[in-house]
Structures are given as C-alpha cells and as structure tokens.
Ligand binder design. Structure first.
Ligand SMILES: [Mg+2]
Length: 165
C-alpha cells in the first residue's frame, strides 16, 4: 500500500474562462431555449484560438511550474478540440503535465463530468493526497468543496480544495 510521508499536491486548472479569457465569444454559447441559429458550441469553440491568456492565472501557473509542482488541466472541452487546445497552450508558453478533456460523446453537466473524471483519473494515478482546483464556475468549485475528499480504492484519501477564479 502506498504510504504518503509528505504532501503530494496536484494543481488542476480549468481552461476556458480560467487560463483563457473567453468573454469575447460568450455570445456564441447556446442558451435556453436553444432556438438561436447564431449560437452553438461549435461556433463558440471555433473562436477559442482568439482567446487571450488570463495574465494572473498564467503567473500563478508559471510560478507553480517553475517550482516543479504537478499541473493538470481539466476542461469540459471535447477531445475533438485537443489539437486546438494544445496548440493554444504551446503558443502561449504555458507549462503543464497533462490535459484531461471530455470524450466527444460525453454530455454530462460540467460539474458532474469534472468531479467524476477527477475521482477516476487520480485514483488511477494513486500519486497525490491533495487536489487544488481553480475554475471560473461556481457550480464546479462548489461540487469539489462540498465533496471535500476522495476515497482511493487502496484506502487512502485525497483532500479537495477549489478556488473560484
Ligand atoms: Mg471555465
């Protein structure tokens, strides 16, 4: 059984609206009653390459990265956009260890997708005892903070702390 003798923290960042500033394309995101032909998720994501970096979050990530911490990106963007996302991160000089995206046929809500995916991925890695999440969505921050911890299948725990950006 893995024994933690010091804190092993993984820092997890959302992409759109957290690392990137997507304000300029929010008008393209579908909204109830979903009958506006000018709005769609494809249109919304097509403008992603034009997002600017959120400088404050970039500075936090860069500092953590240079200290040798483990940085993950957990985004509700689908796998079909992976190259676009990776190109954007590369061209903006953002260092990270791994990016976790939504499968193309996964239509769970973002809070459910993120908490269930994090639980599965980090249990599988079995390497961390603390997860620190940064996200611009209140409902995502809330689900992590109210869940408080994951029980690993080996009996260890991972504590969760989320911050709203
Ligand atoms: Mg976001």
């Amino acid at each position: 059984m893995l024994k933690f003798n010091k804190s092993r923290i993984v820092y997890v960042f959302d992409l759109e609206g957290t690392i990137s500033n997507c304000e300029h394309r929010k008008h393209l995101a579908p909204r109830a009653p979903f009958n506006d032909p000018n709005k769609s998720w494809d249109k919304f994501h097509a403008e992603f390459p034009n997002d600017e970096v959120n400088e404050a979050i970039y500075n936090i990530m860069q500092a953590l990265w240079l200290q040798g911490n483990d940085l993950f990106i957990l985004t509700g963007m689908m796998e079909k956009h992976k190259e676009m996302a990776k190109d954007w991160l590369r061209s903006n000089g953002i260092g990270y260890d791994a990016i976790i995206m939504r499968q193309n046929d996964d239509f769970r809500t973002s809070p459910i997708f993120k908490i269930e995916t994090a639980r599965k991925v980090f249990d599988g890695l079995n390497r961390y005892n603390q997860l620190v999440l940064f996200d611009d969505r209140e409902d995502i921050v809330d689900i992590f903070n109210s869940t408080k911890e994951f029980d690993y299948s080996n009996g260890h725990k991972m504590t969760l702390k989320a911050f709203k950006v």
